[in-house]
Design a protein around this ligand. Structure first.
Ligand SMILES: [Zn+2]
Length: 82
């Protein structure tokens, strides 16, 4: 079984192949294979997530977010509102 992580909402799905639309956010998402293939996290038969891959895919999300985010001034203004 492969563990897939939705790149939009970050939820994980355990399935042989990932679905067309994410059952959690109902969007067409890109899926990241976060299955553990290393003995360090239990191996592929353990059904565990590889924490390293999981973390790196989250970092990629943040990178995408920062390139798509508005002007730094707008960001600062929205931060002030919070
Ligand atoms: Zn999703």
């Amino acid at each position: 079984m492969t563990i897939w992580k939705c790149n939009k909402c970050g939820s994980t799905i355990e399935a042989t192949t990932y679905p067309d639309t994410c059952p959690s956010c109902k969007e067409m998402c890109e899926y990241v294979d976060v299955t553990c293939y290393l003995p360090e996290c239990g191996g592929p038969t353990s059904g565990n997530i590889n924490p390293q891959v999981f973390k790196e895919s989250s970092k990629a999300d943040e990178r995408n977010f920062s390139t798509q985010s508005p002007h730094p001034l707008q960001r600062a203004l929205s931060a002030l509102k919070k």
